[in-house]
Design a protein around this ligand. Structure first.
Ligand code: FAD
Ligand code: PYC
Length: 417
């Protein structure tokens, strides 16, 4: 008589050996990836690119809840500059500016970096003092920056209204000639293509919903909308949502998230030669290669995860732009949008290891992380690959808030937040 007991059937299925049992248990998942990057913005994709290019890791996944470049990388106004006050920041942002200069060649993808000059307007005695201090500090750090009179500012940017009758007249300006703009989506696509060519997996439409830790507390991988993905190294670069993602590992971050808006006009022929920023009247402007005037202001005054923001911000900004550049009064606005930026108490980023072994974080860029993209990605890749910071990002720890070693760049952030 045939034996149909479950045991006998299993014995037959496994070749009649008594050793079938271990295969019956679910094995502990082995690390599938050398590193996982959460967030396919410019910083995340760039990090994967440099991990592969400079540190020889090929088995990397970039996990993105939406589409690549659909976060702040694709929503920002692309201003690039390195005129920050403190030594630590000047080193970080100038590292990035130097990388921008050759990024198109590095990626063989035109990121349209255009060093057309960034001019920051002074409207009060306080502005003059602050900007002159920046000019001197920058020069001491080998970062170009120069002081212009109002007349010199107008010569550099002819549409600028320097009438003394303005409510906030232009009293002078600080000019960084190496500053400028780049094409934001090209940066995301350039890094994505470069990383993909070296074997990096870019997994879109796959939200990270949990960070799994082993009995020793170290990271073992991430839970996602598509299932568990294992890795002993996880780098979180999820601007605006970093606090939410890091909470999944039990860490509370010193971050607040705000909407930041921007808008563009109808396209016109080339009319605006540089970038002009004014923190005092809350407006900045440049012209894109498509011809649109690219305009923005400070953050909304409330914390939120809404990628929209209040209508009073664009309207207030346009008032300021029309006063500074009266020739734009009759132009029509084409569209406006918002992104979510996360800010730290000292308005400087965190690029660091965390107290959780195998978990790294890059966040807190507030309104100003696009300019840092190549430099930030480069030093973050170093931090993940070697489990220790690059000298340039060594000061940008989480612990500085506990220890009171701030890098207070609120003034250099230039966009009120
Ligand atoms: P992002 O491009 O936002 O990428 C983070 C990604 O993480 C997103 O794609 C998001 O979908 C993903 N993500 C979030 N949560 C999860 C999850 N749970 N699972 C998986 N993926 C997740 N900076 C400048 O230097 N100059 C400027 O002129 C400038 N202008 C700006 C104007 C506006 C309107 C805004 C909103 C920002 C501006 N910034 C500017 C700031 C700049 O855009 C950001 O600091 C920078 O782009 C951040 O890049 P990132 O790659 O870190 O973030
Ligand atoms: O950081 O220069 C900047 C910036 C400009 C607009 C938004 N951020």
């Amino acid at each position: 008589m045939q034996n149909f007991s479950a045991f006998a059937l299993l014995q037959r299925a496994f070749g009649g050996h008594a050793s079938w049992q271990p295969q019956w248990r679910t094995p502990e998942p082995k690390p599938a990836y050398d590193a996982i990057i959460v967030g396919a913005g410019g910083h995340g994709l760039g990090t994967a690119y440099y991990l592969a290019r400079e540190h020889g890791l090929r088995n990397i996944a970039v996990i993105e809840r939406g589409w690549l470049g659909g976060g702040n990388t694709g929503r920002n106004t692309t201003i690039i500059r390195s005129n920050y006050l403190f030594d630590e920041s000047a080193a970080l942002y100038d590292h990035a500016v130097k990388m921008w200069e050759t990024l198109s060649q590095e990626l063989n993808y035109n990121v349209m970096y255009s060093p057309r000059g960034v001019m920051m307007l002074a409207h009060t005695i306080h502005d003059i003092q602050v900007f002159k201090r920046h000019v001197h500090a920058n020069r001491a750090n080998g970062v170009d920056n120069e002081w212009l009179t109002a007349e010199q500012a107008k010569e550099f940017c002819p549409p600028l209204n320097i009438s003394p009758k303005l409510r906030y007249p232009v009293l002078g300006a600080a000019l960084q000639r190496r500053g400028g703009t780049a094409r934001h989506d090209a940066v995301a696509w350039g890094y994505a293509r470069g990383a993909d060519a070296m074997g990096v997996d870019i997994i879109q439409n796959c939200e990270v919903t949990g960070i799994r830790r082993g009995p020793d507390g170290a990271v073992t991988g991430v839970e996602t909308a598509k299932g568990f993905i294992a890795s002993k190294k996880v780098g979180v670069v999820a601007a605006g949502h970093t606090g939410v993602v890091m909470a999944m590992a039990g860490l509370r971050m010193p971050l607040e998230s705000f909407p930041l808006q921007a808008l563009v006009s109808e396209p016109v022929k080339p009319v605006f030669p540089c970038v002009v920023m004014s923190n005092t009247v809350h407006a900045y402007i440049s012209q894109s290669d498509k011809g649109e005037l690219v305009i923005g202001a400070g953050t909304d005054a409330f914390v939120s995860y809404s990628q929209r923001g209040g209508l009073h911000i664009p309207s207030h900004t346009l008032d300021a732009i029309c006063e500074l550049f009266p020739m734009f009064r009759r132009m029509r606005m084409l569209r406006n949008w918002g992104g979510i930026v996360d800010t730290t108490p000292d308005r400087s980023p965190i690029i660091a290891k965390t107290p959780v072994p195998g978990l790294y974080v890059n966040c807190g860029w507030g309104t100003g992380g696009f300019k840092a993209t190549p430099g930030s990605a480069h030093v973050f890749a170093h931090t993940i690959a070697r489990d220790e910071p690059h000298p340039i990002n060594a000061p940008f720890t989480m612990e500085r808030f506990r220890d009171g070693v701030m890098i207070d760049e609120a003034a250099a952030a230039a966009v009120a937040h």
